[in-house]
Design a protein around this ligand. Structure first.
Ligand code: THU
Length: 130
């Protein structure tokens, strides 16, 4: 899928964000190597620490459907500059390799990066234990 189309999917799904506390809506769209699209939004909770980021929901939806090979992940929010994913999401992304990550805001500013650039030297249990 063209990256513009994937950004559009993230923007549309962003409207479903459940954000009664922060009011900060985030949308994500993940394209797998097999060509499927999994979207995600942030889902908050009265117990704030239980809230979940949009990009992690998209990744977990894909994994729960048996998809673990990702081509690119788009993240969109209403930020001045492009949105910057949190550290926890960066670590979750790194579990699935070095795919492309497209950061965007709703005004159309776009930055193309990748997982390794977002989280250099990520912890990898498969590599780090002796
Ligand atoms: N959030 C995301 O969903 N993704 C990001 O990349 C940044 C932060 C959410 C978590 C919370 O619901 C709200 O944005 C404010 O932190």
């Amino acid at each position: 899928m063209k990256v513009e189309k994937l950004i559009e999917r993230a923007k549309i799904v962003r409207e479903n964000a459940y954000v009664p506390y922060s009011r900060f809506k985030v949308g994500a769209a993940l394209e797998t190597e097999s060509g499927k699209i999994y979207t995600g939004v942030n889902v908050e909770n009265s117990s704030f620490g239980l809230s979940m980021c949009a990009e992690r929901i998209a990744i977990f939806k894909a994994v729960s459907e048996g998809e673990t090979k990702f081509k690119r992940l788009v993240i969109v929010a209403d930020t001045k500059d492009v949105v910057s994913p949190c550290g926890a999401c960066r670590q979750v992304m790194s579990e699935f390799g070095n795919f492309e990550v497209v950061l965007s805001n709703i005004e159309g500013k776009v930055k193309v990066t990748n997982v390794e650039e977002l989280l250099p030297k990520a912890f990898d249990f498969r590599r780090d234990p002796t």
